[in-house]
Design a protein around this ligand. Structure first.
Ligand SMILES: [Zn+2]
Length: 460
């Protein structure tokens, strides 16, 4: 039976309930307002602004505009659905219902009804399964309608389903022991359990950062060493020049998923790797195109525009990426997130026995540790998370300018500008932004601002 699970509004739990739901709707309206402002920019800028003259052809501009509008409209409908869904879950007591169902499930498996760790693991698995089922149609529509229409989708329905399924299984295998560990520590850690909780998450994060590239990422995508040649030797030169401890250079078959392109590096201490998307490289036949198809494609390509960057431009992009390393942006990010976690966990440490918090979510008879953790991290901290996210976005934009300046110091400014232009074109990025939307959402500065900053730097 489905019945309302709204607490009595005058009580503490009622106030918490209203506060949390109210804040959720306030942020939703704010996000929609920003999205509406940005949509207006797409609609109104039918003719490209003058400053784009040398940056985008008219045809690409029109395509980028159409693509952005479609994405924005999709986001509008999906966002409304999710907001109504999450409100429904709160109002109808979705969390306690799922918790009870998980309890029945583990009893059926033979566990005692008091066994909180197995119940929590079941809760996370079933919850994630439901979440996946509910988001599947949206994800499928986005991939096969929106991305497909604009020429980005490279997935077949078979790949899509298999990929989703694999992701679900792998994330359950990873999440289950972690969740079990968290609950165990909260229960057994005594007064200062939050310190152990913090240490535990730090170890878990480090562990997965170490094993992910070698053992988890290859389950989903094909990584091949970058073939010997000019590009490889020049990347090695660049790494040596700035003392980047490069150990491996990979190309990942991003082209199997989409035509969007990227590059990144990862690894600890003296063991760093660089990964290039095959879609980033102009002179690279996507790994997933078979030999026969290749010839076909080559004749086809003569008519079609080339995508990706040439060797100089790829080096400029890497100059930027390695700037993030040289300037300690990654380390700073890890430190910020660890300090933040310690703060969140210590607040959780003082709140986790506070029963109105559980009552507000319909947990009247039990106070499961993991539920408390979700309530505090996700709901009590919601306003704080919004502010933190905004500051991190600002921080990221600042770092992007710094990394661009670093690439310029390596004499890559001109190539970086042309790479930015090409990548923006390949990815159909729309170059005009509403200032408020841009300030709130963009982790990378708009392309025009980056080019302007690079041009300024070149003059110095
Ligand atoms: Zn960057």
């Amino acid at each position: 039976m489905i019945s309302l699970a709204i607490p009595e509004l005058g009580s503490w739990e009622g106030k918490i309930f209203v506060g949390i739901l109210g804040f959720s709707w306030a942020t939703y309206m704010w996000e929609e307002y920003l999205a509406y402002r940005q949509r207006r920019v797409y609609k109104e800028n039918v003719i490209p602004p003058k400053e784009l003259k040398n940056i985008m052809e008219r045809e690409t501009y029109d395509k980028a505009r159409a693509y952005s509008l479609d994405k924005s409209k999709f986001g509008l409908v999906e966002g409304a659905f999710n907001q109504i869904l999450s409100t429904g879950i709160m109002v109808y007591g979705g969390f306690p219902a799922l918790w009870a169902a998980s309890g029945q499930f583990i009893q059926w498996l033979g566990f005692s009804p008091e066994a909180e760790i197995p119940q929590t693991v079941a809760f996370v698995c079933i919850g994630s399964l439901l979440n996946n089922i509910l988001s599947l149609p949206w994800s499928a529509y986005y991939t096969f309608k929106v991305e497909q229409k604009h020429g980005f989708n490279k997935q077949t329905p078979g790949f899509f389903i298999k990929d989703k399924f694999k992701k679900f299984v792998v994330s359950q295998v990873i999440a289950s022991p972690v969740v079990a560990g968290l609950v165990y520590i909260i229960k057994a850690g005594g007064d200062y359990f939050f310190v152990y909780l913090w240490g535990f998450t730090m170890v878990v994060v480090m562990f997965f950062m170490t094993v992910y590239p070698d053992y988890i990422a290859p389950l989903f995508d094909k990584y091949e060493p970058l073939p010997e040649g000019e590009l490889k030797s020049r990347i090695e030169e660049l790494a040596a020049q700035i003392e980047f401890p490069l150990t491996k250079l990979y190309v990942v078959e991003g082209s199997k998923r989409s035509a969007h392109s990227n590059a990144y590096f990862y690894g600890f201490f003296k063991n760093k790797r660089i990964v290039l998307y095959d879609t980033l490289l102009e002179e690279y036949t996507p790994l997933n195109e078979k030999e026969g198809e290749k010839e076909e494609k080559e004749t086809e390509n003569k008519e079609k525009k080339k995508t990706g960057c040439n060797t100089d431009e790829v080096l400029a992009v890497l100059g930027h990426e390695l700037g993030h390393w040289k300037l300690n942006h990654v380390l700073k990010g890890i430190i910020i997130s660890q300090v933040n976690l310690l703060l969140v966990f210590s607040v959780f440490g003082s709140l986790y026995k506070y029963s109105p918090l559980y009552n507000a979510f319909g947990f009247h008879h039990s106070q499961p540790a993991f539920i408390g953790l979700i309530i505090v991290m996700q709901f009590v901290f919601a306003p704080y998370n919004e502010i933190l996210q905004f500051l991190l976005t600002m921080f990221s934009r600042h770092n992007e300018f710094q990394a661009d300046a670093f690439a310029k110091e390596l004499n890559h400014a001109t190539n970086l500008i042309s790479a930015l232009i090409k990548l923006n074109e390949d990815n159909l990025g729309f170059p005009v932004y509403d200032p408020l939307f841009s300030a709130w959402h963009l982790s990378h500065p708009p392309i025009l601002e980056r080019i302007r900053a690079l041009e300024e730097k070149k003059k110095e």
